[in-house]
Design a protein around this ligand. Structure first.
Ligand code: FAD
Length: 390
């Protein structure tokens, strides 16, 4: 990447434009006033409030990068990052619903959809249709291109058979970008992306997982039994699905980084406040240097992770290669989220270990950052390949 991109003096990474501030503040207010009161119940029951999804559409945050001509907000990737961060500060499940829609599904449609597909789907993605992204299977996670779901051409349709696992938004989604292979012996070159609507014959949503964290976000199995998909619903070219998967997930990882800094900030804010209220030895625990240092360390790590997230997002918007930075961002932000949320539980003492207080949920929610959209080891593998030039 060149060291300089423009003649204008560089601005601090975390400086937002007026529009970005307005956008962020709007979501922050929604998250505090509308989302926060629902969080505990959604987490306990493991169900996402349906009205909220409708409200996300009304807020204009489900089609952030979709151009206005297709009914979207015509915004930048950076705004998607702000939205995911602000929602995740209050509830990481809400963050991932919006993240998958914008950074994976809309992103893939915008980059790889033909004009007819864009006209058919994008206005709905911006207005009422929730999307999901289905790559993983029981036997293929990190080794995603070992997937077994099979697609065979029959006349003007493809017939799909197989099962997907762990699909975020699975329960609520109306459309799925789903990866299947035309020829298992062709390895990654057989992989093809399909646009599948939930009422296509032969498609069903199976078991929903009961999870440690992001419990309100649905994570489901998908079942395809002779599922009939029109040829016109191939996204991109047959056999080029691997490219779509890799390139979409590169952007998605910055979104997960944003989710992680949102979680870390949310937990930090509670911990910093509690430390000033909780008294031991006759004074607030925040008066003890040991606690002050913990709170300072947490704030420093959040700041570092946030700069990485913002930098990677701004690189994406500037059109420069961001693959290494995206992998580093997800790796580091998920480590920070785990450390910060764990310390937040400790600052709350015994209370932090109970469900009566908010911090244990942040800690449970943070764990997923090291697992989905490529585990930490897979990020390290990408980074190693790029920094070693292999
Ligand atoms: C809540 C949740 C939501 C998800 N949402 C989606 C979704 O919407 N769409 C989707 O397609 N998938 C989704 N996933 C799947 C997720 O992307 C996979 O779980 C993840 O990629 C890891 O795959 P795996 O679970 O099969 O673990 P495995 O690949 O079996 O990995 C197990 C362990 O081995 C390590 N490992 C594997 N290979 C190597 C290697 N070469 N070198 C070093 N270490 C290695 C991993 O790092 C990990 O620690 C979701 C998962 C969860 C839990």
């Amino acid at each position: 990447m060149p060291d300089t991109l423009q003649a204008a003096p560089p601005t601090p990474l975390t400086t937002l434009t007026e529009d970005e501030i307005l956008f962020r503040d709007n979501i922050r207010q929604f998250a505090d006033e509308r989302l926060r009161p629902l969080v505990k119940e959604m987490d306990e029951h493991g169900v996402f409030n349906k009205d909220l999804i409708h409200e996300f559409f009304q807020l204009g945050i489900m089609g952030i990068e979709i151009p206005e001509e297709y009914g979207g907000a015509g915004g930048k990737f950076f705004e998607s990052i702000l939205a995911v961060e602000e929602l995740s500060r209050v509830d990481a499940s809400a963050g991932v619903v919006v993240d998958v829609q914008n950074t994976l599904v809309n992103n893939a449609l915008l980059r790889w959809g033909n004009e007819e597909q864009k006209r058919r789907y994008l206005p709905r993605m911006a207005a009422e249709l929730l999307g999901a992204y289905a790559l993983s299977e029981a036997g293929s996670g990190s080794d995603a291109f070992a997937l077994q779901t099979r697609a065979q051409l029959q006349g003007s349709d493809y017939i799909l058979n197989g099962r997907k696992l762990w699909i975020t938004n699975g329960k609520e989604a109306g459309v799925f970008i789903l990866f299947a292979t035309l020829d298992p012996s062709a390895g990654y070159k057989g992989i093809t992306a399909f646009l599948i609507e939930k009422d296509f014959p032969g498609f069903a949503v199976g078991k929903k997982e009961d999870k440690l964290g992001i419990r309100a976000s649905s994570t489901c199995e998908l079942i395809l039994e002779d599922c009939r998909v029109p040829k016109s619903n191939v996204l991109g070219e047959p056999g080029k699905g691997y490219k779509i998967a890799i390139e979409t997930l590169n952007e998605g990882r910055i979104g997960i980084g944003a989710q992680m800094i949102g979680i870390a900030r949310g937990a930090w804010e509670f911990a910093a406040k509690y430390a000033q209220e909780r008294k031991q030895f006759g004074k607030p625990i925040a008066d003890f240097q040991g606690i002050q240092f913990q709170i300072a360390q947490m704030a420093t790590e959040i700041e570092a992770a946030r700069m990485m997230v913002y930098n990677a997002a701004r690189m994406k918007d500037a059109g420069v290669n961001f693959v290494k930075e995206a992998a580093m961002t997800k790796l580091f932000a998920s480590q920070v989220a785990e450390r910060v949320t764990s310390l937040a539980v400790e600052i709350y003492g015994g209370y932090g270990f109970t469900r009566d207080y908010p911090v244990e949920k942040f800690w449970r929610d943070a764990k997923i950052g090291k697992i989905y959209e490529g585990t930490s080891n897979m990020q390290l593998a990408t980074i190693a390949k790029l920094v070693l030039g292999k």
